[in-house]
Design a binder for this molecule. Structure first.
Ligand SMILES: Nc1ncnc2c1ncn2[C@@H]1O[C@H](COP(=O)(O)OP(=O)(O)OP(=O)(O)O)[C@@H](O)[C@H]1O
Length: 295
């Protein structure tokens, strides 16, 4: 089966900064993949190399089996980049129509504008739009060619809650119809809610790659939270199953491989604790643990 995206040993250096270090990545058609990582991890660099907008120093990149530039020319790829410039003097509908006109099989402009929530803004000039409205126009331009692959770099930055929801709803509809979506985000809940797979980047390297559930499982088990006024870290560390102890004032969080054993020992031993809760490790904890928490 043709892959939507294939990176092989891709490296990129800016001066002394190694932005990408031997990255291998395969994304199949129909996948929804979130690229996560702290600031400077290499997310934008990786996406722009995948799009042919920056050249890698070494390695190869293929989009639907061709070079990224050929795939773009063929109209297979729609792109939303961080803070991409827009022409200030043209009206929204004119811009959407102009971009659609560059593709072989575009969506009707009205449909694109409706999908991106900019229908009501069609007659406005770009220069009159707010930051969030501009971001929705960028999304419209990414959709204009009805692409098989959507690449979105932090697509919901600056969007209000309703606009975010509607953007993701549209993205999911496209994925369900067979399109591929790759997006970079800092919002872990977006990866959790809208991606099937998470690629975690840290210092230019992929440190984890898999289904959301698998990434969560990598850091393992459950968290046990409770309050204990004068928590004794040594005692907590010696409880069965406990891998990690975090104390913040009276609030204690334990990460454990064996929550049953941890809870049994807690209740037997420590009568002063209150408000015990257990929760599955969330993506945020997985992220902090796997990237060293420098976001
Ligand atoms: N044009 C450039 N010139 C020099 N250094 C650059 C350039 N672009 C990126 N870098 C550096 O490369 C590294 C990776 O940057 P990149 O923008 O890919 O990270 P990112 O994960 O997208 O970060 P963010 O979450 O902040 O958007 C960073 O250390 C950054 O400072």
């Amino acid at each position: 089966m043709t892959k939507a995206l294939e990176l092989r040993s891709v490296s990129k250096q800016y001066g002394q900064t190694r932005a990408l270090d031997q990255v291998d990545l395969d994304i199949g058609e129909g996948e929804a993949v979130a690229v996560l990582g702290p600031n400077g991890a290499g997310k934008s660099t990786m996406l722009s190399i995948a799009l042919g907008l920056r050249a890698a120093d070494t390695g190869t990149t293929k989009v639907f089996g061709s070079s990224p530039v050929e795939a773009l020319k063929a109209g297979h790829v729609g792109v939303l980049l961080q803070e991409a410039g827009l022409l200030e003097d043209v009206r929204v509908s004119e811009l959407v129509e102009a971009v659609a006109g560059m593709y072989a099989k575009p969506l009707p402009a009205v449909q694109t504008m409706r999908a991106a929530g900019v229908e009501q803004l069609a007659g406005k000039r770009i220069g009159q739009l707010s930051g969030g409205q501009r971001q929705r126009v960028r999304f419209a331009l990414a959709l204009a060619g009805d692409p098989k692959l959507l690449v979105l770099d932090e697509p919901t930055v600056g969007l209000d809650v309703d606009s975010r929801r509607s953007l993701w709803q549209h993205v999911r509809e496209r994925v369900e119809a067979g399109s591929t979506v790759v997006f970079a985000t800092h919002y872990l809940t977006e990866a959790d809610d809208y991606a099937d797979r998470v690629v975690l980047l840290s210092e230019g390297r992929i440190v984890a790659d898999g289904p959301v559930e698998q990434i969560k499982a990598l850091v393992g088990g459950l968290e046990v939270r409770f309050t204990w006024k004068d928590a004794d870290p040594g005692r907590l560390e010696s409880l069965p199953g406990v891998r990690q102890v975090h104390i913040d004032g009276p609030a204690v969080t334990l990460r454990t491989n064996d929550s049953d054993a941890t809870l049994r020992a807690l209740f037997l031993d420590l009568h002063e604790i209150k408000d015990v809760r257990t929760t599955a490790t969330d993506l945020e904890s997985a992220f902090v643990s796997l990237t060293g928490g420098n976001d």
